[in-house]
Design a protein around this ligand. Structure first.
Ligand code: C5P
Length: 224
């Protein structure tokens, strides 16, 4: 564990390899990893389970308020998301959840609730935090901010392999279209859009293996 409280943010588009990189970086530094996308996914999963109207911001925010999200630390430092005490880390990865998460992500009231929770977690412990708005909104004073990007074709290829490896049936055409739509939604939402913080270091992971990307990031951290 580093001697002082440390926050490192990793923002970037879907499929840029952020989560695997963040996980590995956190392990190397001996601090926790927070996957903030899992929180938007968890609220969406609950909404789908309870068949609420996801497009109704008030209803969705009320759900976010009454849903107790938690994080359970794994041995590798990863935090698994729990919903009302139950581990939901697998259930939140379904295609249905992925394709409906933009409702929660675009709802300012929901974002306010989740951002407050993320800040609180960050106050209690050192973190590598991955998302879209971590360096811009949640931890503007983070010691290190990175913006991890990769070419669309590479991000698409990675996601396709990842989904196939986890046993999901995927139609490449549909995945490509879904990813393009998701990029567009991430970039264009009014609150908490995907945006590089002014002081973030851009890491292009195109053509790099996970550990090579982590090495690149570590160089900046060790230099300081
Ligand atoms: O990173 P991941 O793909 O799991 O995120 C799921 C969704 O949650 C994304 O489509 C993104 O729009 C949203 N998200 C967000 N803010 C974050 C992290 C994720 O709006 N900090």
């Amino acid at each position: 564990m580093p001697a002082k409280h440390l926050i490192i943010t990793l923002d970037g588009p879907a499929g840029a390899g952020k989560s695997t990189v963040a996980k590995s970086l956190a392990r190397r530094l001996g601090i926790s990893y927070m996957d903030t996308g899992s929180m938007y996914r968890a609220i969406t999963l609950q909404g789908l389970r309870q068949k609420i109207n996801l497009a109704d911001e008030k209803v969705l925010a009320a759900l976010a308020r009454r849903t107790k999200l938690g994080f359970k630390k794994r041995r590798d430092g990863t935090l698994d998301v729990t919903i009302n005490g139950k581990n939901a880390s697998r259930a939140i990865r379904s295609v249905a959840v992925t394709n409906h998460t933009f409702y929660a992500a675009a709802a300012p009231k929901v974002r306010a609730i989740l951002v407050a929770q993320q800040k609180a977690i960050g106050r209690r412990q050192s973190l590598v935090s991955d998302g879209r708005d971590q360096g811009t909104v949640v931890f503007p004073k983070a010691q290190y901010k990175f913006y991890v990007d990769a070419d669309f074709e590479e991000r698409f290829g990675r996601r396709l392999r990842e989904m196939r490896a986890s046993g999901k049936t995927v139609d490449p055409k549909t995945l490509r279209r879904d990813m393009q739509e998701r990029d567009q939604k991430d970039l264009s939402r009014k609150v908490g859009p995907l945006k590089k913080a002014k002081d973030a270091i851009v890491i292009d992971s195109t053509g790099l293996q996970v550990e090579q990307t982590v090495d690149k990031i570590m160089k900046y951290i060790q230099k300081a």
